[in-house]
Design a protein around this ligand. Sequence first.
Ligand code: ATP
Ligand code: MG
Length: 436
Amino acid sequence: MRLTRSFLPTLKETPAEAQIASHRLMLRAGLVRQTSAGIYAWLPLGLRVLRNIEQIVREEQDAAGAQEMLMPTLQSAELWEKSGRYEDYGKEMLRIVDRHDRRMLYGPTNEEMITDLLQGSIKSYRELPQILYHIQWKFRDEVRPRFGVMRGREFLMKDAYSFDLDYASAVVSYRKMMLAYMRTFQRIDLKAIPMVADTGPIGGDLSHEFIVLASTGESQVFYDGDFENIDWVNSEFDYEKSGDLDAFYNQMTSMYAATEEKHDLTAWSTVPKERKREGRGIEVGHIFYFGTRYSKAMGMSVAGPDGAQIIPEMGSYGIGVSRLVGAVIEAKHDEAGIIWPDAIAPYRASILNLKQGDATCDTICEDLYAKLGGNAIYDDRTDRAGVKFNDADLIGLPWQIIVGPRGAANGMVELKRRATGERAEVSLDSVLAKIN
Ligand code: ATP
Ligand code: MG
């Protein structure tokens, strides 16, 4: 992307409406713009990050055996009357009437719809278990939308739903999703702590929230430092082995984790001193098992081996995909701007031409840009070097390749790693190898 030809509206001033770092930086770096309260347009740069996060979420859901589908945003009120939630959901639900006076709603979640879809098609115990998911926009008319995309009204969620024949099998599905979540957040370079959570109005008794650590987060958390050290992505846990899932779950739940309200001083005192950690965090995911609450309400049952009808046991598993963009920035930024983790950065590198119009600088930059195959932002503006440095730090790509006339004449460029600030003079021949 050439800066002279792209829509990347950065701001020098701090927007007055933004109270937290991620919101300020998302506006300043030209990732999003608010179009009405709690509703955002994703601009080209922001959309690339959103898509990258979405893709990691997708790959880890697929690896756990969940199947992707896509349900619509608009739902019929009748579905929600069956579960009793049409009234219960209250004012957070956006209700719509179509031209034929049919009552519709913009989905805040999909338990009713997925259950209704499956109950029409799944008839036998042989067709279970199933885990299905989609990544779709949701609408919740939050009383106080704030913090940018962290608490929006329209937001992107991955929601998965599991259907099992009995409790034991539902627990296996739950553990698979929990492992998938730990792997997902690690790949996004976040430290996530699973907390036992209230089951809330949805009912049930098995529920965890995932809190990613960020010093500016809303909740105070107390946790075992091992959560930060275990490498879930390269672990040997196999989704198809129930023994592995048991071992994973036991390890996970044997470690202490609590928010301020639930902090248990007696249990905390048993955590070895050197492993005690305190911090702040942001909720990015929530998983829960709720038994037959929806399958029963929606009339779903399957024929068991002996012909008797079985009502499937369900769970649902959410990740706030758009909230994660904000959460990553809360966890990874400094005074100058965003510091994107490699795995989700919108582009790999910024190329800063310090003397646009200088034949050598231009040639080198064009060549690097071509070799990076579009995976770079080329700052080809005629602005001062200072402006380019500031914007590159603000946008926060993992690498900056700085091309100035003096080095260029000798076939050298400067390479800067955004995360550490380290700079090195490198030869043109080696710069791409260093980045890749
Ligand atoms: P919260 O307590 O933050 O309102 P919730 O309990 O309503 O969350 P869930 O229904 O479990 O959330 O939704 C799953 C995930 O969707 C949450 O963990 C969060 O990451 C995300 N999410 C929920 N509400 C919003 C919102 N208004 N804006 C952005 N993301 C959201
Ligand atoms: Mg909520």
